[in-house]
Design a protein around this ligand. Structure first.
Ligand SMILES: NC(=O)c1ccc[n+]([C@@H]2O[C@H](COP(=O)([O-])OP(=O)(O)OC[C@H]3O[C@@H](n4cnc5c(N)ncnc54)[C@H](O)[C@@H]3O)[C@@H](O)[C@H]2O)c1
Length: 310
């Protein structure tokens, strides 16, 4: 299959692109390198440095005629969406709509959308959250991802696209960029390895559901040939506190410093974990890499990166 991966020079998209290549598919990457890095896009993929907001994106569809569109390009930083909701909408709503329209016009078979689970449900009443629980985003990023999902469903019903919406938990692993203020595991790992005290926002008892990026890439490959009318969590179902993460990462890195505490961040939920039974039912997917193993792989990758640059 010819798979177009948007955001393929980003953290998750690069792993997804690599997984499709390893499964024997042709991969075309579209990434405007806004936070993404050219050298993160896997060798073996065709690269187009095009912005998904640019009407010139049609030329890529004309030239490459992708059969699958795996949409991972995004303004992926929740905190930035609070400061600039319009810029977030331009990428996450209009960019997504442009891709859907091009996919339909150029007769792609399937569209896979990377949505969020962590930013959709507000402060959940019960845990773990199910995909059918009430939607109540408390950030523009959450609203815009949800709007993206609605457009995907519209194209499934009215324009003949097979679609899958994957709602990711907090994704972590090698290649995550610690400078974006979004991946707490990458940020803590880098700080501990440099002997700096990382900042825990709030008291650190807030929880998240952390899923390893290799498992996320595998879930994407499992969407091939499927069309699901309902969104699917890609998550572990396990609640992990920020304090717990800091303790584990401090031990794994051998750091001597203790984390500091800062003020809590507005727009973020306090506790969340996400049910993953639907992913097993619909995609035959379940997470394989447990947190301790995933953290170990992540720390090893950051250590190797440091020695490359030293
Ligand atoms: N990281 C997570 O924990 C997480 C959780 C839930 C959902 N997601 C979603 O997964 C997807 C990938 O996230 P990520 O963490 O890899 O983010 P990332 O920022 O590492 O990757 C996004 C990529 O998109 C590219 N991009 C941004 N704007 C673009 C534009 N206008 N045109 C073309 N390319 C553009 C960037 O250069 C970057 O390479 C996003 O849709 C994000 O919303 C991520």
């Amino acid at each position: 299959m010819r798979v177009l991966v948007t955001g393929g020079a980003g953290f998750i998209g690069s792993h997804v692109a690599r997984a499709y290549l390893e499964a024997g598919h042709q991969v075309i990457i579209v990434d405007a390198l806004i936070g993404g890095r050219r050298n993160r896009a896997p060798a073996g993929a065709i690269f187009h440095g095009v912005d998904i907001r640019d009407p010139g994106l049609a030329d890529v569809f004309r030239a490459e005629r992708p059969e699958i569109v795996s949409h991972h390009a995004a303004q992926a930083n929740l905190r930035r969406s609070l400061d600039d909701p319009i810029a977030d909408a331009e990428v996450n709503v209009l960019g997504t709509l442009r891709l859907l329209e091009l996919a339909a016009r150029h007769e792609a078979r399937q569209f896979v959308f990377s949505s969020t689970a962590g930013a959709l449900y507000g402060e959940p009443a019960t845990l773990p959250v199910n995909e059918d629980d009430p939607i109540l985003p408390i950030s523009p990023y959450g609203f815009h991802k949800y709007l993206g999902e609605q457009y995907v469903e519209y194209y499934r019903r009215n324009r003949g696209l097979a679609t899958v919406v994957l709602r990711y938990a907090n994704v972590y692993g090698p290649e995550q960029d610690p400078s974006t203020e979004a991946g707490v595991i990458a940020i803590f790992t880098q700080a501990f390895l440099a002997g700096r005290a990382p900042t825990v926002f709030g008291d650190g008892t807030q929880t998240r559901d952390y899923v390893y990026v290799g498992d996320v890439a595998e879930a994407n490959v499992r969407t091939l040939g499927r069309s699901t009318p309902a969104p699917v969590h890609i998550a572990t179902g396990i609640e992990v506190s920020v304090n717990d993460l800091a303790t584990r990462l401090r031990a794994l890195t051998g750091a001597a410093v203790e984390p500091r505490h800062g003020p809590p961040v507005p727009g973020e939920v306090y506790r969340i974990s996400l049910a993953n039974a639907r992913a097993e039912r619909m995609l035959g997917w379940r997470p394989r890499i447990a947190l301790e193993e995933g953290l170990r792989l992540t720390v090893e990758w950051f250590k190797a990166e440091r020695s490359r640059w030293a």
